[in-house]
Ligand binder design. Structure first.
Ligand SMILES: Nc1ncnc2c1ncn2[C@@H]1O[C@H](COP(=O)(O)OP(=O)(O)OP(=O)(O)O)[C@@H](O)[C@H]1O
Ligand SMILES: [Mg+2]
Length: 246
């Protein structure tokens, strides 16, 4: 039977900067923000990649806020802090088009504030869906995997900022498998990552952030793939070159 797909839940984001934004000030001074026109999302997985400081987290955060997530991450119901000040500046100046069918699940996972979020979730008596064990009784990677495996229910829109930060290479492979199951279960992911393993997700759209803005790039053309592959294939030589005295 043909099933109508609601995906992508988030179809497109575009800039609505008007005249009042100041391109000398954060976050509009970041090239990827300043040059933003629109971002089209893949129905399954869209990655943001780019150098440290290129604006990936800033963009993901703005999208999350515009969707109604709290700045600290979590489900749409987790609001730890007021969302005010500079963080909302970009969120207030983007517009989005969404599927008429809303996802029934959603999560904004921030590597930087996962500890705070875990504390908050552990303190809520009604928290369920983390495998029946407190998140703080698990290691960082175990807690992350438990959120991915036990908390994400499918039919979801998931925004993840560097999920690999907690994960061993083997767990990153397990995360790919968990993502794939969720994608087949009508989920959409938007993921900021530096992981050449996660980026290999088949058919994903990879958007590279740099000084000129945001552009789509093929997996094998990413620095993540090329540099990692080159280093692993030639590491004794590369180390000699890197560590040679000036
Ligand atoms: N609150 C802030 N005020 C001023 N500048 C900021 C603020 N937060 C971030 N920036 C700057 O904005 C730029 C983009 O930061 P962002 O965190 O989005 O980078 P990123 O691409 O996620 O990098 P990384 O890969 O290191 O996580 C950086 O140059 C950063 O220093
Ligand atoms: Mg970041």
């Amino acid at each position: 039977m043909h099933r109508f797909s609601a995906k992508p839940y988030l179809q497109r984001v575009w800039a609505d900067f008007g005249n009042e934004v100041g391109f000398d000030d954060f976050p509009f001074n970041i090239p990827a923000v300043r040059e933003l026109q629109s971002i089209e999302f893949h129905a399954d997985v869209t990655f943001f990649v780019g150098e440290n400081g290129s604006g990936k987290s800033t963009m993901l955060e703005a999208i999350a806020l515009a969707l109604g997530f709290g700045i600290e991450g979590g489900t749409l119901n987790n609001r730890l802090l007021n969302t005010s000040g500079e963080h909302t500046r970009l969120a207030d100046h983007i517009r989005m088009s969404r599927s008429t069918r809303r996802p029934s699940d959603g999560y904004f996972l921030r590597a930087e504030s996962f500890y705070n979020l875990a504390t908050y979730l552990d303190q809520m008596p009604q928290t369920t869906g983390y495998g029946g064990k407190q998140l703080h009784a698990r290691s960082h990677g175990e807690a992350f995997m438990s959120v991915l495996l036990d908390k994400f229910r499918g039919n979801g829109l998931y925004l993840l900022d560097e999920p690999e930060a907690a994960l061993s290479p083997t767990r990153q492979l397990a995360a790919l498998r968990a993502m794939h199951q969720l994608v087949q279960d009508q989920s959409q992911f938007i993921i900021v990552t530096h992981s050449p393993i996660l980026l290999a997700y088949p058919g994903a759209k990879i958007l590279a952030f740099d000084g000129n803005g945001i552009a789509e790039i093929a997996y094998e053309d990413t620095e993540h793939y090329a540099v990692t592959r080159d280093f692993l294939n030639h590491y004794p030589r590369r180390l000699e070159q890197l560590l040679a005295p000036d």
